[in-house]
Design a protein around this ligand. Structure first.
Ligand code: FAD
Length: 519
């Protein structure tokens, strides 16, 4: 464990003088409709103003207070999804200036860790949630592994070996590369939802499964035998959040640790409980709600920086040859950028709001989103994050000395970097969009959501490159990589089409379908 004596200079916290009023005062979308609850939730977050980098204990205690307040139940992701999303938006708006990592700690607990319990657990698991809320248990989510990186999930090297004699699982990290890394809240949480490859006694792999395991007796306490971990180190942002690498050494957990709604070991044999539904596909369910949350957080964060810059530029008068002293915001390049930023953020807000509404309907029914809705969510996540990054980079270049001032918020722009790979890396999601589109193209099918001229042209180019490849599968993979610019252009074209034409009401969002085999 690394000990820190003072805040890292890159993240010394907001300047109280510059911060002025409690910045979380402005309302976020959906708040007026649930005003009384939102006011109570905001008030529970007020101590967030005092959170400081590296004080992981204080940040965790705030999360525990929120959990124990009962304002957001662990089952709300299913029973009241609108409130679940609203809670994420309020946190992004209210305390990301003070403690950018708190939003991550919150979503990892409510969505990734216990949201997975809600999605994959059986009645006996769900029955324990209330007691965990009362106790203020804090959960983390162990998916990412050192070797697999952004491909974690597709690749899972952590093992959960079933031991028939004791009817238990033994969780282990067989190599350094199999250690979990970047696990948010890992240094504080007492519970972890760990993704591991379920291995039967005869050595057969049953693929990725989720296990709810204890890490410590109590939040922030000593580690249990079989668990070791360390700090990932100082980050450029969000040091109020702890990130851990975790190694499992023969950690024995009871059979009941397996979240077994879709796959279980019964009488010594593996049983897939719902035909056609693989366990890992259901773990992926939480990534859909997570992507909506991440997209909205990126938007709220960026809009605050844009609004602050706009206020400054409207009030800053400049010299001009005719002596008229126009505001900075009258400069043509800034006027154009503010107009573009406003239109882009409004359009993306509308899009991701429609995706959220369609997903809420699916979550409430505990169903699986249609392939089209899954793609709309991926498009929304990539477009919101990447377009916000691009807008802020350009804005910073045109704001003069303001860009260097603490009040601008530009120094916290790496918040968007976290959004970029959380719940699905932009590149990985773009690759999947292009691959799925090429599958349809090769079969002569028009995707459910339609196509565009640009897509048809790019698909034809890629198909020609793949057809010319020699050397079987390896040759085609090499040709795909060699055409990487076309691949990402195709993903961009798919995003443009969705953003321009996707209509959630016309989408068969309600229809359960087999979900794509690769997340
Ligand atoms: C602050 C923070 C909090 C996190 N919290 C959690 C958590 O709670 N739980 C958890 O499980 N994980 C968590 N993660 C992990 C996160 O979701 C990513 O998986 C992880 O950061 C990957 O990092 P890496 O550098 O190993 O990626 P790498 O795998 O090294 O990839 C680096 C970059 O290369 C590119 N790339 C890699 N492979 C491909 C490919 N096949 N095709 C195209 N491009 C590719 C991508 O652009 C990628 O961004 C967290 C990460 C951070 C930084």
């Amino acid at each position: 464990m690394v000990a820190y004596e003072r805040a890292h200079p890159a993240e010394a916290g907001p300047d109280p003088a510059a911060a002025g009023a409690w910045v979380g005062d402005a309302l976020v979308a959906g708040e007026a409709a649930d005003a009384e609850w939102a006011a109570a939730f905001r008030s529970a977050l007020e101590p967030g103003r005092d959170l400081r980098p590296f004080d992981h204990g204080a940040s965790t205690r705030l999360l525990q207070d929120v959990i124990r307040s009962g304002l957001l139940r662990l089952t709300d992701v299913r029973d009241n999804p609108e409130r679940f999303f609203l809670a994420h938006r309020i946190i992004a708006q209210a305390i990301s200036d003070y403690a950018p990592g708190f939003w991550v700690r919150f979503t990892v607990h409510y969505n990734l860790c216990f949201g997975t319990v809600v999605a994959l657990g059986e009645e006996r698991h769900l029955a324990e949630l209330e007691a965990m809320e009362r106790a203020g248990d804090v959960g983390c989510f162990g998916l990412t592994e050192r070797h697999a990186g952004v491909n974690s999930g597709l690749v899972v090297e952590t093992l959960a070996r079933y031991d028939a004699a004791s009817d238990s699982f033994v969780i282990s990290s067989p190599a350094d590369g199999a250690c979990k890394n970047w696990i948010s809240s890992g240094l504080q949480a007492n519970k972890a939802c760990v993704v591991a490859d379920l291995i039967m006694p005869d050595g057969t792999s049953r693929g990725a499964h989720a296990f709810l395991v204890p890490l410590r007796e109590r939040v922030g306490g000593a580690l249990l035998p079989g668990v070791s971990m360390g700090d990932m180190g100082v980050k450029t942002i969000a040091n109020d959040l702890d990130n851990a690498w975790i190694r499992f050494t023969e950690l024995r957990v009871p059979h009941s640790a397996l979240l077994s709604r879709y796959g279980d070991v019964v009488d010594g044999a593996y049983v897939q409980k719902k035909a056609g539904v693989k366990n890992f596909q259901m773990i992926g369910q939480r990534l859909f709600s997570g992507r909506v949350c991440v997209a909205q957080a990126a938007m709220i964060f960026s809009r605050k920086i844009f609004d602050g810059a706009r206020r400054y530029a409207d009030g800053k008068l400049c010299w001009s040859p005719d002596g008229s002293s126009p505001p900075l915001s009258d400069l043509p390049q800034l006027r154009s950028l503010f107009a573009e930023g406003q239109a882009t953020l409004d359009g993306l807000d509308d899009f991701i709001g429609r995706a959220e509404a369609a997903l809420c309907d699916v979550l409430r029914r505990d169903a699986i989103p249609s392939l089209e809705l899954q793609q709309a969510i991926a498009v929304g996540k990539v477009a919101c994050v990447e377009r916000c990054i691009s807008l802020l980079v350009r804005l910073k270049q045109d704001m003069g000395s303001y860009s260097l001032m603490a009040e601008s918020g530009f120094q916290r722009a790496d918040f968007l970097q976290m959004c970029k790979f959380a719940e699905g890396d932009s590149r990985i999601l773009s690759q999947k969009m292009a691959r799925d589109r090429m599958t349809d193209f090769a079969k002569g099918r028009t995707p459910a959501g339609g196509s565009s001229e640009a897509e048809e042209v790019l698909c034809a180019q890629l198909a020609a490159a793949l057809a010319a490849a020699e050397g079987g599968r390896g040759g085609r993979a090499a040709a795909w990589n060699a055409s990487w610019r076309t691949v990402y252009r195709l993903a961009d074209a798919i995003q443009d089409r969705f953003l321009a034409t996707w209509d959630a009401r016309a989408s068969p969002a309600a229809r359960p379908e087999a979900i794509a085999s690769r997340m």
